[in-house]
Design a protein around this ligand. Structure first.
Ligand code: GDP
Length: 302
């Protein structure tokens, strides 16, 4: 995980050998670092932010006797990465569910967005499983009525996990499926409704309009964008489109287990100003873990 980005950052540390860090000594190395970050699919604005921040933190620093340059650079990078992963909002799904439960206003409705193949359905199944283990009653809504096999795919998870699914025929109005699921959940005492949606190309105007309609009709407590870490810069592009056209509150970043570059993971929060809520790190139901910036920073810096 993140092997390449880790190499890039370490190489930068090793390249600095002077005892006083001045701008001329640093500038070639910083330019190289910026290029390497971009090559590893860190978004250009984010690579620029990292390099500018590093420069501010390092220029003029004297390296004291016994002090290691690597440690100074590592500490500076840690600070910068922390800023990249921080947003003003932090989202705790469980506290949203509990608050609604205590107020007698369940179900909590969560709407999932993302293009095909990013891991939306799998993430919904993983989250359902996690919620069930915590004792919540979950309903899955099959609002992808477009892609052949989408309903069956959710149905298989529903059978394996023993979680109810609400579905209609292919071609039905996905917003109606979401609304019916919410009404059903309200009448039958469900705690949470998780709404799966279609995900053609993010450039499809129809898709964006359809998703915006589902969102309007289902009025979710939380809208979650599911993004594939392996998609690199394309993930950032998709996230921007979904944010602008539909809007979302949080991110699930999937396939981090196979992500050697790490660039998209680093960039997505900075670009969207939305927090990563969970990361997917495998194909099993248990492979969904709450996002912890310190954990991911330790993976990136090694
Ligand atoms: P959807 O089209 O967005 O609903 O995507 P799916 O849920 O069908 O997932 C597409 C593929 O990605 C499937 O083969 C999943 O098993 C796989 N997948 C999903 N999440 C992860 C993950 O976190 N790690 C890995 N390695 N594979 C994942």
């Amino acid at each position: 995980m993140f092997d390449k980005i880790r190499d890039v950052l370490h190489k930068f540390g090793e390249s600095i050998t002077t005892k006083t860090l001045d701008e001329t000594d640093l500038s070639d190395n910083l330019s190289q670092l910026e290029l390497n970050l971009i090559e590893n699919e860190v978004a250009v604005e984010v690579a620029n932010y990292i390099v500018t921040s590093l420069k501010e933190k390092l220029v003029g620093r004297k390296v004291e006797r016994g002090q290691k340059i690597d440690t100074i650079i590592d500490d500076a990078l840690k600070d910068i990465l922390k800023t990249l992963f921080s947003t003003t909002t932090s989202i705790d799904l469980f506290s949203i569910i509990e608050t609604k439960k205590h107020a007698g206003s369940s179900p909590t409705t969560v709407l999932f967005l993302g293009i095909n193949g990013t891991g939306k359905t799998t993430s919904i199944a993983k989250l359902s499983s996690m919620l069930k283990r915590k004792g919540y009653i979950v309903l899955m809504a099959a609002s992808d009525t477009y892609r052949a096999g989408a309903i069956e795919q959710l149905e298989i998870h529903s059978q394996r996990l023993g979680i109810r699914i609400l579905k209609q025929r292919y071609g039905s109005d996905p917003a109606a499926v979401a609304r019916d699921a919410k009404t059903y959940a309200l009448q039958h005492g469900y705690d949470v409704v998780l709404i799966d949606t279609a995900g053609r190309m993010q450039t499809s105007t129809n898709l964006m309009e359809e998703l915006a309609k589902i969102k309007r009709v289902s009025n979710p407590d939380l809208t979650v964008f599911v993004g594939d870490a392996l998609a690199g810069n394309d993930l950032i592009y998709q996230a921007r489109e979904f944010l602008e056209k539909v809007g979302f509150d949080a991110i699930i970043l999937t396939k981090t287990d196979a992500d050697v570059k790490g660039g998209a993971s680093i960039s997505v929060t900075y670009v969207t100003k939305r927090p990563i809520m969970y990361i997917g790190n495998g194909q099993d139901y248990g492979d969904l873990i709450p996002f912890d910036p310190d954990w991911i920073i330790s993976k990136i810096l090694g």
